[in-house]
Design a protein around this ligand. Structure first.
Ligand code: NAD
Ligand code: MG
Length: 396
């Protein structure tokens, strides 16, 4: 069995650390050849000492100098690079055959696209890449000839529930009727709406079932995350939007489902632990030990499912609307949301302003065709500027 050569984009984050945890248990199967991080240089240095990748990437020159010093002290000969283009180099020049795309937000788009174009096995956690440029990304995968394995737990579940080689033929020729994405409803599922005006970042990030990075945790609280996931599913699986449904399932045990024409509904169940989809993607089509405790159905009191309340979760409606509008609308939605969430997390912007910023940004920018990467990036920049101005105006 050849050893998989793995590059991890965003290795210091929640998904990155879980990926290394799975890899650590299987040294005979996986070799880490590239690791990248934003600001957490110390954690990246520790990872380099343990996994000895050929390349490590950080965001700027100062961080690169610090990392180089730390690695020199430990006599580790990892090549240290910095900047957005270096993330692409980590994909194209590290000798990897497998790329875990786990940078959060639009920053992850270019290296994920590079991995698609280069024909790698792409383990896609960075849903924002598909939201922004789903069409281009799927085309790049096709031209590159690599394998795309969704890591987002819902999409990984659906992938497991669909027929083999599903995307090679129309969905309805294979008896598939609908995809059902489950959502926990986040920490504010039952909180009276009038109490949401004062929620703090720590409350919003205290997800009942999953431990995740702060941006996706806030997205789970607003349910923007599920909206982004509907768009992600649309591009990954090619079903019409109206065939992709969202169900609130507070226990996070059924990770998602596929409804078939004959009345069958196939679900994937498991612990809410990202090491399951990560191990699935790394070893596919084999199954390996992921370090995840077995699911005990008898210890679960109930499994329940309800329709989401769109009045409580305006971000979900905004995402549905942007998905329907198509073109550059999902990029604008995503960019405005990234800015609004960052303002909530770091600048004290009230939680309830997140959907307001996103809605106003969407109505300020007209939708065009998402035909080129340049255009998508331009729209992303424009939306960020509009959202920043709106936040500034609300402050004054
Ligand atoms: P995180 O915030 O914990 O980690 C993000 C990683 O990206 C870190 O390594 C960080 O250093 C790096 N990074 C951030 N900004 C960067 C920049 N500008 N340039 C380069 N690197 C940068 O996030 P996470 O929870 O691990 O999520 C990563 C991605 O996976 C997101 O797109 C998220 O939506 C998706 N995802 C996460 C989970 C989960 O359970 N955590 C589940 C499904 C999908
Ligand atoms: Mg998910």
């Amino acid at each position: 069995m050849p050893i998989r050569q793995v590059a991890i984009l965003g290795s210091t984050g929640s998904i990155g650390v879980n990926t290394l945890d799975v890899i650590r248990a299987h040294p005979e199967r996986f070799k880490v050849v590239a690791l990248t991080a934003g600001k957490q240089v110390d954690r990246l240095a520790e990872q380099c000492v343990e996994f000895k990748p050929a390349i490590a990437v950080v965001t700027d020159a100062a961080a690169a100098a610090r990392l180089s010093t730390l690695l020199l002290e430990k006599k580790i000969h990892t090549h240290v690079l910095y900047g957005p283009q270096a993330l692409v180099t980590a994909v194209t020049e590290s000798g990897c055959d497998t790329v875990m795309a786990a940078i959060v937000g639009a920053a992850g788009l270019l290296p994920a696209l590079a991995a698609a174009q280069a024909g790698k096995r792409v383990l896609l956690a960075n849903k924002e890449a598909l939201v922004m440029s789903g069409d281009l990304f799927m085309q790049a995968m096709k031209h590159g000839g690599g394998e795309l394995l969704p890591i987002d737990s819902e999409h990984n579940a659906i992938y497991q529930c669909l027929p083999k080689d599903f995307t090679n033929a129309p969905y309805n020729s294979q008896g598939v009727e609908e995809l059902w994405l489950t959502a926990s409803g986040g920490p504010f599922r039952d909180t009276p709406v009038e109490q949401l005006s004062n929620v703090t970042p720590d409350q919003a990030c205290a997800h009942p079932n999953w431990v995740m990075g702060r941006k996706i945790s806030v997205d789970s609280a607003t349910m923007m995350n599920k909206g982004l996931e509907v768009i992600e599913a649309f591009w990954l699986f090619g079903l019409p939007l109206e065939k992709i449904k969202v169900l609130i399932h507070p226990q996070s045990v059924v990770h998602s489902m596929v409804r078939y024409r004959d009345g069958s509904v196939i679900a994937q169940l498991g612990q809410p632990d990202m090491r399951t989809p990560i191990a699935y993607g790394l070893a596919w089509p084999e199954r390996i030990e992921a370090g995840v405790a077995p699911l005990s159905l008898t210890q679960l009191a109930t499994l329940s499912f309800t329709e989401p309340d769109l009045a409580r979760f305006p971000c979900l409606s905004l995402a549905f609307a942007a998905a329907q509008a198509g073109g550059t609308a999902p990029s604008v939605l995503n960019a405005a949301n990234e800015i609004a969430v960052a303002a909530f997390l770091d600048e004290g912007m009230p939680y309830l302003q997140i959907p307001i910023i996103v809605e106003k940004t969407l109505s300020a920018i007209s939708v065009t065709n998402a035909s080129s990467l340049e255009l998508i990036l331009e729209m992303d920049a424009q939306a960020r500027a509009v959202a920043r101005d709106l936040i500034q105006e609300m402050r004054t």
